[in-house]
Design a protein around this ligand. Structure first.
Ligand code: TMP
Length: 219
């Protein structure tokens, strides 16, 4: 039995967290076993690393190199502890971000050497690669507005996010990085216009994931 692995990517506020939940619900209704994950995180070790990367009061001095390695420490754990066993059991694994985020944020955003970034990612994931990646794109102004309105709804300890403190140029480089990734691997990475109404985005995503879904009894 072989499951399938679908990842969602994009800059902050692109709508991927909403869409990944809608997709999970739809798949469950059809009888699929679904594993919903997020990166960094998704395991007890990964969630601690996530806190260190994003919200810890002690992370102000974190270097881009440490950030790259922590992201991939979380990922190496997630791949072996959760993703591989779930795929082997025939589950549909949905992950809110995966290694394209490292290429975009640490490679393009932090301007680390792209070959070195790739080598670290390869070490962390081995041959565990997404079957399809939904790259959700929204204009920078939409992204900034969504971040602002989301922050007021978050508990106090999650309101400070080290990534959201980066400057506009950083996010422009990240967005450019995602564009380069999508153009380089059009078979795997599907472009989704996240500025459209939720139902339309949802329908587009459904069309894109159908070819890779495993068969379930009710089909
Ligand atoms: P999010 O779960 O709210 O999207 O936050 C995750 C943050 O971590 C987001 O700012 C993107 C960043 N990130 C990286 O910089 N590199 C990575 O490899 C991953 C998975 C996330």
């Amino acid at each position: 039995m072989k499951g399938c692995f679908i990842t969602f990517e994009g800059t902050e506020g692109c709508g991927k967290s909403t869409q990944i939940k809608l997709l999970a619900e739809r798949l469950r209704l059809l009888g699929h076993r679904v594993r919903l994950l997020r990166e960094p995180g998704g395991t007890p070790i990964g969630e601690e690393i996530r806190h260190t990367l994003k919200h810890s009061q002690n992370n102000h001095a974190m270097t881009p190199e440490a950030e790259l390695l922590l992201m991939n420490a979380s990922r190496a754990q997630l791949v072996r502890e959760v993703i591989r066993p779930a795929l082997a059991a025939g589950e549909v694994v949905l992950s809110d971000r995966f290694y394209d985020s490292t290429t975009a944020y640490q490679g393009y955003g932090r301007e680390l050497d792209l070959e070195k970034v790739k080598a670290v990612i390869d070490f962390a994931v081995g041959d565990t690669r997404p079957d399809v990646t939904l790259f959700m794109h929204v204009p920078a102004e939409v992204s900034a507005e969504r971040i602002r309105s989301r922050q007021t709804t978050l508990p106090l300890e999650l309101q400070r996010d080290r990534f959201e403190e980066a400057d506009r140029k950083f996010f422009e480089r990240v967005a450019h990085g995602f564009g380069v990734i999508a153009a380089a691997e059009p078979e795997r990475v599907k472009f989704v216009n996240g500025a459209q109404p939720i139902e339309i985005v949802c329908a587009e995503i459904w069309r894109m994931v159908q070819p890779v879904l495993p068969k379930v009894g009710r089909w």
